[in-house]
Design a protein around this ligand. Structure first.
Ligand SMILES: Nc1ncnc2c1ncn2[C@@H]1O[C@H](COP(=O)(O)OP(=O)(O)OP(=O)(O)O)[C@@H](O)[C@H]1O
Ligand SMILES: [Mg+2]
Length: 592
């Protein structure tokens, strides 16, 4: 308890007042006792002088009874005892007012137990003697005074010896002591009370600040103390409030910053995971959890990830230069660029790795497509060039007859056509890709266009003995399209149906309108397209059976061009096909 400032303050205060009161008390009581005794002594002296001048100037022994009478008549107080001592050979009491004077008068003064022989002697030597004596076993304190009395002749007549009971004096002194002690207790009581109040007024605000600081330490920053004064404690309180405010602001800023970072961390497109030096996950964002197939309820510091599985090798935490890099890794059919770098912990040493996953599946796919495209173009061009080259060389090197030469030249011609077609198709795709195609939209009757196309393909249909069914509704609205482009699309679809249907096949072409859309369906009962290939059918150069398609003069660009053109017209192209049963291609164009 004494360790608290409050009680220490009260204790010191108490001690100070106690010491002050004790010193003052001792001083006052001492002085009072002194004064009282001096007053008594003065009274005694006056009394003795009056008595001495009232008794006979002649030899006292001869006038002893007169002296006794004078003393008897003298108004002495009950606490005063007078002895008249005459010096015969020994100092003898010749008169007295003592209670049992018959036991005293006529006896040796020095053997009287109430008389101090030393001061008797002093008086007989001519000096005034005085002493204070506590009478043994009687609880009485007496003031003793001895006084030499001379005759007018200058002869020592004897000694007047007076004792004075100091009971009253000591009663007064004791009373004063009691008063002073009570006053001291009262003062100490007030001291404790006031000391407590003052100490409280000092310690309460400090205790308040301490309590609020404790609550702040536990994370509650809404702590303010009342500033009740302008003194040092008031300044401490307002400084505390200022600090709290600053701290709150700083923490709010930090929270804001952290929440921003959290949002970025949680919603960024890249997956991020932080691992400690033992490979345990210490932080992970939702994307990375998804990539790594981690459980939502994962607790940090318990789940490990295998860096080797991510293609991150050579991790050596003693060599900082080995801790940074990037790798490409395939995880669950997706391709990721993984970048990693070390981070420092609170001890400013490497605490682990931050691993960032960037999904590059699309780029990877595009890159592969680009490579495949270049390879396809080269391959498609190489075949006719090789044919043309070898046929031309044969023609140049040998003298061939006209029929064979004609045959060779017609092969060269058809291969050149094929190359020209390929280059034209590629150019068309490139123009579409770079938005260079100028679509000339005009009002076109699709039914007329289909009839035109069929008449162009008539020879081919007849060659393969296909049965053609046309279901063209009457009064169909015309569409606003680029005539050449649309003709190219429909021509490719119908010629595909002819090409990829065995002889004696059945081809059905129907056109109708529904819900402000024009629908063109081309259905065949041909070889069909395997399910696995159907989703790739619109890719450039994609052909189901490359050899067979090429034989038929196809390049595999027809449907990809068709899709681009239909997309540019805000239409749709869909393929439904069952292997060896047939294919149905549906074109949908918006009607205005
Ligand atoms: N009606 C169909 N029946 C079966 N397979 C088809 C049909 N239409 C297209 N295909 C398949 O789709 C592939 C791509 O067709 P696309 O029209 O793009 O190329 P192509 O006809 O081979 O060549 P191009 O049209 O450039 O002369 C074809 O090679 C073929 O394998
Ligand atoms: Mg085609």
């Amino acid at each position: 308890m004494i360790s608290s400032i409050k009680w220490r303050f009260v204790f010191v205060y108490f001690l100070l007042v106690f010491i002050a009161m004790a010193i003052v008390g001792i001083f006052i009581v001492g002085r009072l006792e002194d004064q009282q005794i001096k007053a008594v002594t003065r009274d005694m002296e006056q009394e003795i002088q009056s008595i001495s001048s009232s008794i006979s100037d002649n030899d006292w022994l001869e006038n002893a009874s007169d002296i006794q009478n004078t003393i008897d008549e003298w108004p002495l107080g009950s606490n005063q005892t007078l002895y008249v001592i005459y010096d015969e050979d020994i100092p003898t009491i010749i008169a007295s007012n003592a209670e049992q004077k018959e036991n005293v008068v006529g006896y040796n003064a020095l053997s009287n137990k109430y008389i101090d022989p030393i001061i008797v002697q002093t008086a007989f030597n001519g000096d005034k003697g005085e002493s204070i004596i506590e009478e043994l076993n009687e609880n009485i304190i007496n003031k003793h005074l001895s006084y030499p009395v001379y005759s007018s002749m200058g002869k020592l007549n004897g000694v007047l010896y007076m004792t004075y009971n100091l009971e009253n004096v000591y009663n007064t002194v004791n009373e004063s002591k009691t008063i002073l002690t009570s006053a001291t207790f009262l003062a100490l009581g007030i001291t404790i009370f006031l000391g407590f109040l003052i100490a409280s007024s000092i310690t309460e605000p400090i205790r308040d600040v301490t309590k609020k600081a404790e609550e702040m330490a536990m994370g509650d920053f809404d702590q303010f103390v009342d500033v009740k004064s302008d003194d040092e404690i008031g300044q401490l309180a307002s400084m505390f409030n200022h600090l709290t405010l600053k701290l709150k602001e700083t923490i709010q800023d930090m929270d804001l910053e952290r929440s921003k970072l959290d949002t970025i961390f949680n919603y960024m497109a890249e997956g991020v995971v932080a691992v400690d030096t033992n490979g345990y996950i210490i932080h992970v964002n939702p994307i990375a959890m998804d990539i790594l197939g981690l459980d939502e309820g994962l607790s940090y510091g318990e789940e490990k990830i295998d860096l080797l599985k991510l293609n991150i090798h050579k991790i050596d935490y003693t060599k900082k230069e080995n801790l940074e890099g990037s790798v490409t890794t395939k995880i669950n059919s997706k391709v990721y660029k993984i970048k990693y770098a070390p981070f420092n912990n609170e001890k400013n040493i490497v605490g682990g790795l931050i691993v960032v996953f960037q999904d590059i599946t699309q780029e990877h796919k595009l890159d592969n497509m680009r490579k495949e495209f270049v390879a396809n173009v080269s391959h498609e061009l190489k075949t006719p060039i090789t044919t043309i080259k070898s046929y031309t060389e044969t023609l140049l090197d040998n003298e061939l007859d006209k029929v064979i030469s004609q045959k060779f030249l017609s092969v060269i011609d058809s291969e050149s056509d094929r190359m020209a077609r390929l280059v034209r198709d590629l150019l068309q795709l490139s123009n579409i890709d770079y938005n260079k195609t100028n679509w000339k939209r005009t009002e076109v009757s699709i039914c007329d266009m289909i009839r035109d196309i069929i008449s162009k393909l008539d020879l081919l249909i007849k060659e393969k003995d296909h049965k053609l069914e046309l279901d063209l509704r009457e009064n169909l609205p015309s569409v606003i399209v680029d005539k050449d482009g649309m003709e190219q699309v429909i021509l490719n679809i119908i010629s595909n149906a002819i090409k990829y249907t065995e002889n004696n096949g059945k081809i059905n072409i129907s056109v109708y309108s529904i819900d402000k859309e024009l629908v063109i369906k081309v259905k065949d009962n041909g070889i069909g397209i395997p399910k696995d290939d159907q989703h790739r059918i619109f890719e450039r150069f994609y052909r189901v059976e490359k050899g067979r398609s090429r034989e038929m003069g196809g390049t595999g660009l027809g449907l990809s061009i068709a899709k681009e053109i239909i997309d540019a017209h805000d239409g749709r192209i869909e393929i439904n096909s069952v292997l060896e049963e047939g294919t149905e291609v549906t074109l949908t164009l918006p009607l205005v």
